[in-house]
Design a protein around this ligand. Sequence first.
Ligand code: MRU
Length: 348
Amino acid sequence: MIKPFEWKNGKVVWLDVSRLPHEEVYYESSDLERLAKAIERMEVRGAPAIGVFAALSFAATIYNKEFKNIEELLKYSNKVIDRLSRTRPTAYNLFWALDRMKNTLHNAIKITDNINEIKKILVNEALQILNEDIEQNMKIGRIGSELIEDGDVILTHCNTGSLATAGYGTALGVIRAAWEQGKNIKVIATETRPLLQGARLTVWELVKDGIPVTLITDNMIGYVMSKQLVSKVIVGADRILLDGHVINKIGTYTIAVLADRHKIPFYVAAPTSTIDPKTTIDNVVIEERDPNEVRTVLGKVYITVPNVPVLNPAFDITPPELVKAIITEKGVIHPPYNQNIRRILKVK
Ligand code: MRU
């Protein structure tokens, strides 16, 4: 299994997925600004991966710094959380992981004033978050694979595999698990403009695993569905609201509408750390990225008139009525989501 990052000698090591599939380049750092830039530049991307990477970054920056006292450590930890929180606004796992690290720090301070002890507790917690993510993805895979039948052709969007998580993947984890069980399945991957996560990353992962994959451009989805070339859709999520709205890579909503039109089941696979118990549909923040991502192909070739006004929302919102079920590590959640998501999260 590809693991896109790890903890090594007090530093975070990561594979720069923005350069795949052409180059496999690894970086390592414990510098706050460099680690934050890795998320902003999408060297590390995908909601669960961003969360785990942020937890490791929090631990690494604190682990490598000298503090005179607890107050100084607390002040610095706030600076780290503030900087990492400003990297990408939509992926909920980022905020979930930083909250968990902050709580761990505050609990550690209650039991010890030994700074080295506290540093060790933080490193262990970040590694725990990393290992849990892989375990949860394997569970999502096992649970979700029960919905997959021999002969299925599954359309997936963006990249939700090992490269978008700590390993194995969510939607791609379901596909991977079904394949490992010997099910005869095929995948249609959408290229996912503007940054081509489907063409660059999903295809790369599936080819490595020997899972049959066909690549289409985003504007072919309606045609392939109308020709009955797709039997199921499975996508991931960047944030899921308690009422079942799913925020995911731009284009997901279009796929859900088309799937509904063609009576193709549309599934979402995500860990419960992607479910945001507080945000409502009125205050979701959709990340707006650099217009040059749309004006060019991967920043290299201009495909339009320079400076033409551009819209570049990185995510869209799929309403609950278009989602057949949400596959989590705690089980499959069916509608009515308002009730059933709360039950699984144990919130009111
Ligand atoms: O902009 P990205 O590449 O970070 O967007 C990623 C997605 O939209 C994924 O579908 C989502 O994070 C789920 S990854 C398991």
